[in-house]
Design a protein around this ligand. Structure first.
Ligand SMILES: NC(=O)c1ccc[n+]([C@@H]2O[C@H](COP(=O)([O-])OP(=O)(O)OC[C@H]3O[C@@H](n4cnc5c(N)ncnc54)[C@H](OP(=O)(O)O)[C@@H]3O)[C@@H](O)[C@H]2O)c1
Length: 341
């Protein structure tokens, strides 16, 4: 075959490949590397069995579903959060539907903001199971309030919980992983760690901080202890209690009131399945959301000028919804669902 023919064939294939990628993207509910790993990569059922996994924020939402799906893989589980009755409920759910026995699940109450307790908690896990293979930093809270109305205590709480609490626990577990020269540190970040939106200034700042911290930690470990994998998981909107539990303008006010119909968000089970794929394939950073939400981190990363323009337009509506007492995001979900029904 002549070189000219090869070049012609390549020139013809390039637009076809581009079209295939575009079609894949339009149907995607995760970034394309993640979906490739789901299709061709290692299965969680092969990779994660027999591991000791510590999940924070395991009392509801994403953490609860993660515990549930992990229990089916035959791992040993440590379930942490503040509400012990809820953790016990999650434990019962895992025992009823999973492959685990009572001795395989440890309920370990933990307040991420109480950093002085993290060392003792880590020791308890090591005494119980002898090792920690995976730490899932999942516990956290979001925010629904305009910056101008928000007290400094709220900003402090978001940083204490989402950022410093997560770092503190990671630092307690890290020496143990370094000693074993292996382990996975998986952090549930957010699209808000890549982009920003109105009503979530403090939340977004805490998630950006996490992104910076774990990207830096990964580069340190790459050179000193490459067996430790650092994964940042960035979901878009997912069904959970996150809006109900959001911080508002005042740290003593526990909920933004109306949090509307959350059923338009990605199913928790799908988000968690993609998280397991991430862990099984040691992916460094993943983005998880339905379209059109998935488009946003791509725009922020690759086309920031467009991203600013769109975020400003959508942000206006978000603030209007919030100020009229509706859930800030229900507008997008309803519009999207109406178009696809
Ligand atoms: N759902 C989404 O749309 C979405 C999108 C992107 C990222 N995320 C991230 O996903 C993670 C899980 O959130 P979720 O959506 O599952 O919300 P959720 O249902 O409200 O769960 C939050 C979890 O964090 C725990 N938590 C809160 N404060 C804590 C503290 N001081 N110490 C220890 N644990 C604490 C809660 O348990 P207790 O109250 O019992 O302590 C609960 O188990 C968060 O990091 C969130 O930022 C969620």
């Amino acid at each position: 075959m002549s070189w000219e023919l090869v070049l012609w064939l390549l020139a013809l294939c390039a637009p076809l490949l581009l079209l295939v990628q575009l079609l894949r993207f339009l149907r995607a509910d995760g970034d394309l590397a993640l979906l490739w790993a789901e299709w061709q990569g290692r299965r969680p059922e092969w990779e994660l069995t027999d591991m000791v996994v510590w999940v924070t924020g395991a009392s509801s939402g994403i953490g609860e579903e993660l515990a549930f799906q992990l229990s089916k893989l035959g791992v040993s589980l440590v379930l942490s959060a503040r509400r012990v009755p809820e953790l016990e409920r999650v434990k019962r759910r895992c025992l009823e539907n999973g492959n685990l026995k009572e001795k395989d699940i440890l309920v370990l109450p933990l307040d991420l903001t109480d950093r002085s307790s993290h060392e003792a908690a880590t020791k308890t896990v090591l005494q119980e199971f002898g090792r920690i293979d995976i730490l899932v930093n999942n516990g956290g809270r979001t925010q629904r309030s305009l910056c101008v109305d928000t007290s400094m205590d709220v900003y402090k709480e978001l940083i204490e919980l989402n950022y410093l609490g997560t770092i503190s626990l990671t630092k307690c577990v890290l020496p143990h992983m370094i000693e074993r020269k292996q382990g996975k540190i998986v952090t549930v970040n957010s699209f808000m760690g890549i982009l920003s939106a109105p009503l979530s200034t403090g939340y977004s700042a805490s998630k950006h901080a996490l992104q910076g911290f774990f990207n830096g930690l990964r580069t340190e470990l790459d050179n000193t202890c490459p067996g430790i994998i650092v994964s940042n998981i960035c979901p878009g909107p997912v069904q959970s209690d996150i809006v109900k539990n959001a911080l508002t303008e005042d740290v003593t006010k526990s909920s933004p009131g109306s949090y509307g119909d959350q059923s338009y968000k990605m199913a928790t089970s799908r988000c968690v399945r993609l998280m397991l794929i991430t862990m099984a394939n040691d992916l460094k950073e993943v983005w998880i959301a339905h379209q059109p939400f998935l488009l946003m981190p791509y725009l922020w990363q690759y086309m920031p000028t467009w991203a600013w323009w769109i975020t400003s337009k959508l942000g206006k509506k978000r603030i209007e919804n919030f100020q009229s007492g509706m859930d800030a995001d229900s507008f997008y979900f309803k519009t999207w669902k109406a178009k696809h029904d």
